[in-house]
Design a protein around this ligand. Structure first.
Ligand code: BTN
Length: 261
């Protein structure tokens, strides 16, 4: 089924009248498009959805495979002044909202890999990229963009990700309609926005996470080291026990984790 704007608006319901919803057959990156709209400053809260991205982006400068008609590539622009601490909380919030939506439409139960990945069957099926612009004073955000890419249908992944990526169809045998999933994510995202940063989202994030107790390699720009994940805090920080016994608290930033074999 094609990605149809009217169908998405209809499924979102009354809320869709308050949003600018933009659907593209092909675009570089929905996050980049959202940031361009924010920079012009003429739109309010908006949604950008594409059938294909030619320059899909992930965290830490990585690319995100966004094959034509094979996934949902969606960005939400909150085009208003926001508290600065919101940027990290929006990623964990989206992880919870998207996990719920995937579960409700497919029955699959994605697991969260801190901080921004959803996993099924031990492989990545979705990633989240939040980008925000700090205001000149530094006391607020001018806007935030929360982008999510979900691999929905079986596809040939490039060599470099084919062993670590999967799709919802491969894991649960269901072909979820992109319009339905997009509408549910957008509706739930805006309906629950007051819960960004709330304890109940952190608790659900933690209960959906699979890293606790796992051995991981922490990858920072200039150093890599092994650790064991002890806990996830109320602020969705990762508490590590380092080899030698010291503890370290990781918030997001320039850090990624590799599961130890
Ligand atoms: C990651 O894996 O590190 C995050 C991937 C985020 C991908 C989504 S797809 C929609 C939006 N547009 C982008 O260019 N990136 C995000």
């Amino acid at each position: 089924m094609i990605l149809d704007k009217l169908r998405i608006k209809h499924k979102i319901g009354a809320l869709s009248e308050k949003l600018s919803i933009n659907v593209y057959k092909k675009i570089g990156s929905t996050n980049t498009q959202a940031k361009l709209h924010a920079a012009y400053g003429r739109c309010g809260n908006s949604v950008f959805i594409a059938s294909e991205q030619t320059a899909g982006r992930g965290r830490l400068g990585r690319s995100f495979v966004s094959n034509k008609n094979k996934g949902l590539y969606l960005s939400i622009l909150l085009n208003e002044k926001l508290p600065p601490e919101l940027a990290t909380s929006l990623t964990t919030y989206m992880a919870v909202i998207a996990s719920r939506a995937i579960h409700s439409l497919s029955g699959a139960e994605p697991k969260i890999k801190w901080v921004n990945d959803l996993y099924l069957g031990g492989k990545k099926c979705a990633g989240i990229l939040t980008e925000a612009r700090a205001s000149e004073s530094g006391n607020a955000l001018d806007y935030a963009v929360v982008g999510i890419g979900i691999n929905l249908f079986s596809q040939d992944f490039p060599e470099e990700v084919k062993d670590i990526a999967t799709t919802l169809e491969d894991e649960c045998g269901r072909k979820v309609k992109r319009c339905d999933l997009a509408a549910l994510i957008v509706k739930e995202f805006f309906d629950n926005l007051h819960l960004v940063g709330a304890r109940e989202i952190a608790e659900e994030y933690k209960s959906r996470s699979f890293l606790i107790g796992e051995r991981v390699t922490v990858i920072k720009p200039t150093v890599e080291y092994a650790a064991t994940v002890k806990d996830i805090t109320d602020k969705c920080e990762l508490l590590l026990t380092l080899d030698g016994g010291k503890e370290e608290l990781l918030s997001t930033g320039e850090v990624s984790l590799r599961l130890a074999k």
